[in-house]
Ligand binder design. Structure first.
Ligand code: LMR
Length: 402
């Protein structure tokens, strides 16, 4: 007689709202299919590029690597140092004072999770507040770490813009020591960021209310530039607000599958930083033990070499400019095709994403009838468009737009 399986009652989980779209796309036999679902930069030929600086750094690192022993729990030291310089700025007093600590992580998601675990252990009972809407995985990730997740207003679908008054009003009323998840730049999914002036107002509010900012910084360099995109993080750190910053190199180095990121915690003193680092290491040890080496070594090799670092900045700039160009071309093509709805707002937004503002039925028709894949919320990845597929995408949108 067969043994009763302990998994007999396990229910079927729904597909992931973002990565599930890629699964459906991959299963679609239509050769003209287009995946605007997942947030991945594709080049003009529709491929995820291997950057030249990355290819060269890989060669150098493979030639240099002399051991396959474990990394330290907190990862590659040179990598962590470069993370701090990139996100906080090389002249940051937080670095000079030893107030910032960084652990290498499995991409930005891994960094968020390590931070979530730290907060759960040492600041239990704080609610985590995320924007409405936010990256689909934020809620799941913080809930999985045992947090209650709530939402503050952010995007106004009527104006296709930030509702700053509502956002600031709500954040200004949160209970002290609540955790506020902020998208440092290139808001995912809306592409709408606060202005510098608005960030400075938020900075005052967060400081006055004693809130804990947790920045998701996954798109540095894909909005306005490496330093420009770090404005919010640096403003908060300069204002002396302790904070957490989850950064990712998936997009900026186009190394998605290598899972390269970091969690940086900016504290009030060197002594505090040391204690926080010791606890971050316990979190990492209890989850993945210690991080993988390759991707972080490649990123560190690039950032440590002035020539490769310049090459990377140029390649990143080219990706950013191509996204901008696609935003304009997309809006123009929709107009040229006589789509009555005005999509001009897409040109004003930043980073990889924008909302089409279509109802879910229309998004499903895009998939089923035209093999054009977007997230149910109507989020599209503009960085997956190119001159060869934009016409097709616009024709499909024209056909389903109400
Ligand atoms: C996205 O939002 O599409 C990316 O951040 C990829 C992911 O893991 O969801």
């Amino acid at each position: 007689m067969a043994l009763a399986s302990p998994f007999a009652e396990v229910p079927q989980a729904p597909p992931d709202p973002i990565l599930g779209i890629t699964e459906a796309y991959l299963a679609d036999p239509n050769p003209g299919k287009v995946n605007l679902g997942v947030g991945v930069y594709l080049d003009e030929t529709g491929k995820v590029p291997i950057l030249k600086c990355v290819a060269e750094a890989q060669r150098r690192w493979i030639g240099r690597e002399d051991s396959k022993g474990y990394l330290p729990i907190d990862g590659v030291k040179t990598f962590n140092r470069h993370v701090q310089r990139l996100i906080l700025g090389p002249e940051s007093p937080a670095i000079a004072d030893g107030r910032a600590v960084t652990v290498q992580s499995l991409g930005g998601t891994g960094a968020l999770r390590v931070g979530a675990e730290l907060l759960k252990r040492f600041l239990p009972g704080r609610t985590v507040w995320v924007s409405t809407p936010s990256w689909e995985n934020h809620r799941a990730l913080f809930e999985a770490a045992g947090h209650t997740v709530n939402q503050y207003p952010y995007y106004d679908p009527r104006s296709h813009d930030l509702d700053f008054a509502e956002m600031a009003g709500r954040i200004g009323q949160l209970p002290e020591q609540s955790v506020v998840l902020l998208h440092a730049c290139c808001h995912n999914p809306s592409g709408v960021d606060p202005t510098h002036e608005q960030w400075l107002k938020l900075c005052d509010i967060v400081r006055d209310r004693g809130l804990i900012p947790f920045f998701d910084f996954a798109y540095q360099g894909l909005g306005d530039g490496l330093d420009e995109d770090a404005f919010a993080v640096r403003a908060f750190v300069e204002a002396g607000i302790p904070c957490l910053i989850a950064n990712s190199f998936s997009k900026s180095f186009s190394v998605y599958r290598e899972r390269v990121g970091g969690l940086t915690v900016v504290t009030a003193s060197r002594d505090e930083a040391g204690r926080v680092l010791s606890q971050l290491k316990r979190v990492v040890r209890a989850s993945v033990s210690n991080p993988p080496s390759f991707g972080a070594q490649v990123v560190a090799t690039v950032l440590d070499d002035p020539e490769l670092a310049t090459m990377w900045r140029d390649e990143l700039t080219a990706m950013r400019h191509r996204i901008r160009k696609m935003r304009s071309l997309f809006v123009k093509t929709l107009r040229d095709q006589g789509v009555s709805q005005d999509f001009g707002f897409i040109e004003r937004q930043k980073g990889m994403f924008s909302f089409l503002g279509l109802p879910v039925e229309a998004v499903r028709r895009l998939r089923a009838e035209f093999s054009v894949y977007a997230v149910d919320s109507s989020r599209i990845c503009v960085a997956a468009m190119n001159e060869g597929n934009v016409e097709r995408v616009c024709e499909a949108i024209k056909a389903v737009a109400p």
